[in-house]
Design a protein around this ligand. Sequence first.
Ligand code: PRP
Ligand code: URA
Length: 241
Amino acid sequence: FLEDRYRVRLQKIQDYESRVSPGAAGPGKAGGLGRVLVIDHPLIQHKLGLVRDKNTSVKDFRELVQEIAGLMVYEVTRSLSLEEIEVHTPLGPTKAFSLSGKKMAVVPVLRAGLGMVEGILRLIPNAKVGHIGLYRDPHTLEPVEYYCKLPGDIEDRDIYVVDPMLATGGSAAAAIELVKRQGGKRISLVSLIAAPEGVERVRGQHPEVDIFTAALDSHLNDHGYIVPGLGDAGDRLFGTK
Ligand code: PRP
Ligand code: URA
């Protein structure tokens, strides 16, 4: 039953995708349309299984979320541009590559997004970090903003908005809107687990944004939780509740 439901919803996203031009995809391409990418690397999928397990301890959960975020960076940054440089090995000169001075910003959505930041900074240590505070009203499920502090030069940066859970998509869509209002242009969203409803909402409101996720789950339950998901990411990261 779940499989059928999953297939139907995945089909909806693929239909959406087929109506847009994949060739124009990617952040920074003015007027281009973003992609929805499910990163299915075996290491990520293995760790995601452990993160989903309700018996995983807070300590392990924290470490695993950082590790998965780090592994996802590999795919998320695939389109960064390189420039050719010359270096001298002990045996003589050679051509090599260097990132072409791209400036990046990681923007976690508080609280749970914080759980991904260190894993990403381990690989891109010079990235600046902005913070957006949002919580979901438990009754309306709509996001409530309580904090926003972004790097001053956000308009010059490739921006990775990070939040482990993309459920109704309200928080992610609001976070992206806040980044745009402060001048951010090249924005990607990085989540661990997404529901089709969330993907559709973000695609609807911010069609040019690339969405990276490690899993596209079945659906949302009546309380807006992703099924099967992993439960409440913030509570599991910080040991609350
Ligand atoms: C969770 C999660 C996302 C949001 C996703 O945060 O970390 O930010 O819910 O749900 P949505 O896609 O339906 O908006 P929560 O509101 O529980 O706050 P917390 O991280 O502070 O616990
Ligand atoms: N927020 C979470 O932490 N988990 C969900 O499944 C949905 C929203």
